[in-house]
Write a protein that binds this ligand. Structure first.
Ligand code: ADP
Ligand code: ZN
Ligand code: ZN
Length: 746
């Protein structure tokens, strides 16, 4: 083993191996020529792949003659700064995920695949004050420099154009970049870069800043002041405000202050909360460039927004989960809207929580995080109770709006018309008669819940999942909502050949149809994943709703979040019962959060809202508690249950998941692992258990649930399991993964 100063370059690549790899510089290069945080092309096995430099070293455990050399460097700047690399390392440790994967995950796809970083930046050159003052013969011994200097002087003196010229233009005129750099070294000319964007770029908008500021009410003012006091240092603030209480207005005020300090602001919203309406509020408020990240962007648009944020041109960054990894120049605040939302937790690959990562980042960069919600997660409440977070509450609706009146409708033994009770129908009737809108919420898209044979009881099942197929219309298909399997609707029962097939249960399509039969003279608008295909579809539908004519909206939870429909006064919820009885311990919490959000769409302007909840469980204690005391009232009951059963947030939890194409295999592997596992008295290990839906997308699933009151003990145990997995000879049909702080536990 030889030792020279920093001769070795440490590189991570996307690989399941939990380590970095040592490389030598290419011929004629030094290790330090490869910037930490930049991408390199390296030989690995028989392939050439993209990696990221994470450090240099003077020695390697590998013999020098066994080390390979880097093929090429892809960047002249670091794409990931030290802070981002530290975050990648932290994620790798905390989520027990391979290092290279964790770090590469921080880059947008286009860069991960080796695409050019500066595709959307242009270099500009202009003469400096110093250069302007120089005699126009002063550089006669360097004629190329003199010529370029004169060209830039002429440009600066021309009143009709910008002093800065794109580098492309000056090179096209015969000047070279080397000449420009030589002049820049003497401070005679200046370099700058400007973003240039792909055409019709949906990811970068110029804010207009032309709306009228409302006067804050007392509660909003308190929140505003509390947040102002937290600027420029680390703090987490829970902004708990009922739906329509003006939380967004509080965010906007905080952002305004951050922008005056020349800092950038990062706002995360749930996947279905990033509506054109939300974006419009930011555009209307701030006259600055805004970067937007959502799943509808293509790789080019994503990269353009990423670059603009990294270089500090985009002053506000709004996006869904993965936007938390957007690099910035000088971030001043992170805002997480609807902090309890499930979409902040990644459910595959590296299973991170964007909310938790926001807090880690804020701690490192010394800035505040605002967690906003009408229905905070129990995890967040626990942190408030432990005095880790500050807490400010908005209990009143902003402006003149009042909270809606909530009624439970007992539908036991009642005749239903396609799922609608008499009470619901007459409520819709009177709402429409007043010229208002009604919303019917049903958490299932498609036409009917299932297709069944009336003669023998056969039900259409997914062949890949332990699940029934949902019946859809236009086009008529049976679809699996878990794996997206599709098949034609059979004309007769495959089991007994009977033609007596019946569709059972409600979906959005059927409800919409039933409503248009009942109210033929009114517009019925269906909003669910099927009806909003295409980038603009959702926006177009929202616009129709906001024109405000009497109408009925039918939809899934896509309608539940973030929308502000001024004319909506009635909300009708068709089915909540399932959510209250699911085996997942978070199910009741999630159901009541969703109910609160849905109910919160009613009466957000001047008319009083009304919410009807149809249920077969009108005596359910949680439902009654929620109706009487709202979400704030039920949280104590939910928390007591977690305490009783030692569940998060009272304890910490992790899940080891395994799945296989072969039945029983995941169970067997986990059982063996558990038998070989060293005893640990600080952790409770449950399982292995088959998942409730044992087979999904053709894979048979099982899991080990690990709980501990101590984080450290939990992490140690998981680390031991990971090592066991790594050491074991596993069949190739088996996949395994670690889920720290899991959200879905069934
Ligand atoms: P939340 O985010 O808490 O659901 P929003 O911020 O969307 O609530 O506010 C609900 C509505 O009230 C919006 O139309 C908003 O413009 C309006 N609003 C917010 N604050 C005020 C205020 N202080 N005075 C009048 N209207 C307000
Ligand atoms: Zn049959
Ligand atoms: Zn399926």
């Amino acid at each position: 083993m030889s030792s020279n100063p920093a001769r070795i370059i440490q590189v991570v690549i996307a690989s399941p191996l939990r380590q970095f790899f040592d490389y030598l510089p290419a011929e004629g290069k030094l290790a330090k020529d490869y910037l930490v945080g930049s991408r390199v092309q390296v030989p690995f096995g028989r392939r050439n792949i993209t990696g990221i430099v994470i450090g240099h070293s003077d020695s390697s455990a590998i013999a020098a003659n066994k080390l390979k050399a880097i093929l090429s460097s892809l960047d002249s700047v670091a794409l990931l700064d030290q802070e981002m690399l530290t975050l990648g390392r932290w994620m790798s440790q905390y989520y027990h995920h391979p290092l290279g994967d964790a770090i590469l995950n921080l880059l947008p796809t286009k860069l991960r695949k080796g695409g050019a970083y500066d595709a959307y930046t242009q270099q500009y050159w202009q003469i400096s004050q110093h250069g302007l003052g120089l005699d126009d013969q002063a550089l006669s011994r360097a004629p190329k420099q003199q010529s370029l200097l004169n060209r830039l002087r002429q440009q600066a003196l021309d009143e009709h154009s910008h002093a800065a010229i794109p580098e492309q233009q000056i090179t096209a005129e015969g000047h070279s970049r080397t000449t420009a750099l030589a002049l820049a070294k003497k401070a005679l000319i200046l370099q700058s870069s400007r973003g240039y964007y792909p055409r019709d770029c949906q990811s970068l908008l110029q804010g207009e800043g032309n709306d009228v500021l409302p006067t804050l009410n007392t509660e909003q003012r308190n929140a505003d002041q509390l947040i102002e006091q937290q600027l420029n240092h680390f703090a987490t603030v829970l902004l708990e405000g009922i739906t329509g209480s003006g939380k967004t207005e509080v965010y906007l005020r905080a952002i305004a202050k951050v922008l005056t300090q020349q800092h950038q602001a990062l706002v995360l919203v749930p996947e279905i909360g990033l509506t054109p309406q939300t974006i419009q509020r930011f555009v209307a408020r701030f006259k600055v460039p805004i970067a937007i990240f959502h799943s509808g962007l293509n790789d080019r648009e994503r990269l353009a927004a990423w670059t603009a944020s990294k270089e500090g041109r985009a002053r506000i960054i709004i996006g869904t989960r993965s936007a938390i990894f957007t690099p910035t120049q000088n971030l001043g605040i992170i805002i997480i809207d609807e902090e309890h939302d499930n979409s902040y937790k990644q459910q595959d690959g590296i299973r991170y929580s964007a909310r938790d990562i926001a807090i880690i980042l804020a701690q490192k960069q010394k800035l505040p995080v605002i967690l906003g919600s009408a229905t905070p997660s129990l995890e967040t409440y626990a942190n408030v109770n432990a005095n880790k977070y500050r807490h400010v509450v908005l209990q009143q609706r902003a402006g003149n709006a009042q909270p809606p009146a909530i009624e439970l409708v007992d539908i036991r033994r009642q005749a239903l018309h396609q799922g609608l009770s008499d009470q619901a129908i007459s409520a819709i009737n009177s709402t429409l008669a007043e010229g208002k809108q009604a919303m019917v919420f049903i958490n299932r898209r498609g036409f009917a819940q299932l297709l069944m044979c009336h003669d023998c009881g056969w039900q259409a099942q997914c062949s890949q999942c332990d699940a029934r197929l949902t019946l859809h219309q236009r086009p008529a298909t049976l679809r699996c909502h878990h794996c997206d399997f599709r098949s034609a609707v059979p004309s007769h029962c495959p089991q007994c050949q009977s033609k007596n097939l019946m569709d059972v249960g409600q979906g959005t399509q059927r409800s919409a149809e039933a409503l248009s039969d009942l109210f033929p003279q009114h517009t019925i608008l269906r909003v669910d994943r099927d009806s909003t295909q295409g980038k603009q579809a959702m926006g177009a539908q929202i616009e129709r709703i906001n024109r405000g004519q009497a109408a009925i909206l039918v939809g899934t939870q896509m309608l539940a979040k973030g929308h502000h429909f001024a004319a909506l006064s009635l909300v009708l919820v068709l089915d909540v019962d399932q959510g209250l009885y699911s085996p997942d311990f978070r199910s009741a919490e999630k159901t009541l959060q969703l109910l609160t959000q849905v109910a919160g769409r009613a009466g957000r302007s001047d008319t009083l809202g009304r919410v009807l909840i149809q249920t077969h469980l009108p005596d359910h204690p949680l439902l009654i508690n929620w109706q009487q005391h709202s979400y704030q009232g039920v949280k104590a009951t939910l928390m007591a249950e977690r305490e009783l059963y030692s569940l998060p947030p009272i304890t910490h939890m992790a899940i080891l998941r395994a799945d296989s194409t072969k039945p029983q295999q995941a169970m067997q592997v986990l059982s063996q692992l558990l038998r070989d596992h060293p005893a640990n008295n600080h952790c409770q290990i449950l399982g292995p258990l088959a998942n409730i839906m044992e087979k999904r997308a053709g894979r048979h699933r099982a899991q080990l649930i690990i709980k501990s009151p101590q984080r450290k003990a939990l992490h140690n145990t998981i680390e031991q399991f990971v090592q066991q997995f790594e050491a074991a000879k596993l069949p190739s049909s088996l996949r395994w993964s670690v889920d720290i702080d899991p959200q879905d536990v069934i």
